[in-house]
Design a protein around this ligand. Structure first.
Ligand code: SAM
Length: 267
């Protein structure tokens, strides 16, 4: 449970050095009395919420080489598995010619993202977030456990930069509709609660048009923003462990992407 989770009181106090050792600013004069955590040469900008066994992280590492990518996972053993997986990949690619080597830009951290996201990320820090195959919590009385709600949309809007995107995928159509409903209502007048009321006016998120099933390749070829969307959609569909499982079982996948508007009326 949460009392065993460690998390920083604020993002400035987070020591990222064990997670991204290749991206730590060298400390010219380390002093034992200076508790300031070692700074990263650049911030984490991509978060995979509930990353599971890390398939997406591994797929994204070479595709987003300039970003620092963090998987957040609540299960201890799963987090440890992903940490070992990343260590092995780093060791295997250590001889690579680039100074920082491959797979240095991904890490996994144990956290309850429903409670502690703003402890790790400052406002507008992230450019991409992934919610891949979140637990569906089918029963109505369990809906409050879903990782998309009016309250959590507020946190996602806070940590995402204007123009940043949330990628969602699920094989449960009802959950896909639920997530769309929450993201579309958020920030509208009367839409904050998001539990049914659609609200009016302009919301904080807008849905991004997507390629149809089987069309991702076409979009990837287009390059630019559209190509990037196509590439990331293909990654969440094909490279997540759950995505592979759904493919094996011949199931359907529902993908939606929401862009955080630059809304001066919303903090
Ligand atoms: N995203 C992965 C994929 O697509 O293969 C894993 C999907 S799995 C169905 C959902 C994951 O979310 C589980 O690994 C679960 O432990 C994790 N999870 C659930 N609630 C969480 C929370 N509050 N914070 C972090 N992770 C959570």
């Amino acid at each position: 449970s949460d009392h065993q989770l460690t998390y920083p009181a604020s993002p400035a106090l987070m020591d990222w050095s064990p997670y991204y050792p290749a991206f730590i600013t060298p400390d010219p004069q380390p002093t034992p009395n200076d508790p300031a955590p070692k700074a990263l040469t650049k911030p984490v900008t991509v978060a995979d919420i509930g990353c599971g066994f890390g398939g997406l992280l591994v797929a994204l590492a070479p595709r987003l080489p300039d970003e620092l990518i963090l998987g957040l996972e609540i299960r201890t053993q799963v987090t440890e598995y992903v940490e070992d997986r990343i260590s092995a990949l780093r060791a295997q690619h250590a001889a690579a010619s680039s100074s920082d080597g491959r797979y240095q830009n991904i890490a996994c951290l144990r956290a309850n993202t429903m409670k502690f996201l703003p402890n790790f990320f400052t406002r507008a820090q992230l450019s991409l977030m992934f919610l891949c195959f979140p637990d569906p919590h089918f029963k109505a009385r369990k809906h409050k456990a879903r990782i998309v709600s009016g309250t959590l949309c507020a946190e996602y809007a806070y940590v995402l930069r204007p123009g940043g995107c949330v990628y969602t995928i699920t094989d449960v159509e009802e959950l896909a509709e639920w997530m769309r409903g929450r993201f579309e209502a958020f920030g509208k007048v009367g839409g904050e609660g998001g539990e049914g009321g659609e609200g009016s006016g302009v919301g904080v998120f807008e849905e991004v048009p997507l390629p149809g099933e089987g069309e991702e390749g076409t979009w990837v070829d287009e390059g630019g923003e559209k190509g990037r969307v196509g590439l990331l959609v293909r990654c969440i569909r094909e490279e997540t462990e759950e995505g592979k499982k759904v493919t094996r079982n011949g199931g359907k996948k529902f993908v939606s992407v929401f862009r955080r508007r630059a809304d001066p009326a919303w903090p």
